[in-house]
Design a protein around this ligand. Structure first.
Ligand SMILES: Nc1ncnc2c1ncn2[C@@H]1O[C@H](COP(=O)(O)OP(=O)(O)O)[C@@H](O)[C@H]1O
Ligand code: SF4
Ligand SMILES: [Mg+2]
Length: 335
């Protein structure tokens, strides 16, 4: 599988009154062509900041470190790709939308309330296709609405966001994101604000579009049950760091980090017995424990956990966890 996105030690730092904090801390992963990578973690673990940093939309004053290589579709055209972290605003502008797009939990924050939804989709296309005719762009906007499974697209196009239900607004958002034809879609909690039935429809739509359009999908959610339905691989984030990553089935069957274990016990669709919430909350970024950030909430905590931040250790092939309970790999002997 060709790699579309190769993120290496991406760090985002924000200035606060007590100094710089790191909502995203040395995060590394790859996203393959046509792959769905789930990023899961409680609210405040850095998921949105990670997506915004990849899109070059981090808050003013933030600084980014590390690399995020965007590779061309079909691999061969430009093997080295472009580093999104080093790209200038002028280099980023054509990539945003055309190569990678993002959808949010609350579509109203991204939609213009006083503009008909059709015109908004047309504008998203026009940014990248200044030479296309008015009629061409209109037809593409209608096709995008159809693709997002909106019935009577001509009529919908003439409506304003507030005239649509939450589910329809999210479909419009998806249509707008996909209209310029990006290969990578970042979906940040796209179904969180919706009721269960509509949530299911949106997840099914995204799964269908991913397949049809060969999208590479970064699917972000706080709900391990949702990610289990859509992702090929999972990354679990805690206090800005990856604490576990691996193939979905394996992480769910045999979580290797106590935090992932806790998320599983608290997930309505996955827990085997009674739902048991994880005690406590995600620590404030300016008051992180000295060693493992999960230590204050961890049932297995021992003194050794406080010595230093544990490294991500290989638990099995393609499966890693940042916990001292994962046995260190045996040193290999060459003679
Ligand atoms: N503009 C900002 N200024 C300072 N801190 C922020 C800002 N935005 C988010 N944060 C902090 O960054 C951390 C990660 O937030 P976020 O990425 O929104 O988490 P998630 O999406 O996983 O809920 C949180 O501790 C949050 O308080
Ligand atoms: S390193 Fe220690 S405190 Fe952290 S998750 Fe593992 S056992 Fe728990
Ligand atoms: Mg978020």
């Amino acid at each position: 599988m060709a790699v579309r996105l190769d993120v290496r030690k991406l760090t985002v730092e924000l200035p606060t009154q007590t100094g710089w904090v790191r909502p995203v801390n040395e995060v590394s992963f790859t996203l393959g062509e046509g792959e769905t990578l789930g990023i899961v973690g409680e609210s405040g673990s850095g998921k949105t900041m990670l997506s915004l940093a990849l899109m070059g939309l981090e808050p003013p004053g933030a600084r980014r470190k590390g690399e995020a290589w965007l590779h061309e579709r079909d691999g061969a055209a430009d093997l080295r790709g472009i580093n999104l972290i080093a790209a200038s605003p002028d280099e980023m502008r054509p990539l945003r939308g055309r190569e990678m797009a993002m959808i949010f939990q609350e579509p109203m924050t991204a939609l213009n309330p006083v503009m008909r939804v059709g015109s908004q989709i047309e504008e998203a296309i026009r940014v990248h296709e200044s030479g296309a005719s008015k009629n061409d762009i209109h037809q593409r906007a209608i096709r995008a609405l159809e693709q997002a499974a909106l019935s009577e697209p001509e009529q919908r196009a003439r409506q304003y966001p507030h005239q649509l239900s939450g589910g329809l607004r999210q479909r419009v958002m998806i249509a707008m994101a996909l209209a310029p034809g990006p290969g990578i879609l970042i979906a940040d909690e796209p179904s969180t604000a919706l009721d269960v039935t509509v949530q299911k429809q949106i997840l099914e739509l995204l799964a269908k579009l991913r397949k049809e359009l060969q999208l590479s999908l970064l699917f972000i959610t706080h709900d391990l049950g949702v990610v289990a339905q859509v992702a090929d691989r999972i990354i679990v984030m805690y206090a800005g760091r990856i604490v576990e990553d691996g193939p979905t089935a394996e992480v769910l069957r045999r979580p290797r980090h106590p935090y992932t274990e806790g998320l599983l016990r608290a997930a309505p669709r996955l827990a085997r017995g009674n739902l048991i919430p994880i005690p406590g909350t995600v620590p404030a970024l300016n008051a992180l424990p000295p060693g493992c950030a999960f230590a204050p909430r961890c049932p297995y905590h021992v003194t050794e956990c406080d010595a230093a931040v544990p490294e991500l250790r290989p638990a099995s092939k393609n499966h890693n966890a940042r916990c001292i309970l994962v046995p260190c790999a045996q040193p290999t002997t060459t003679n």
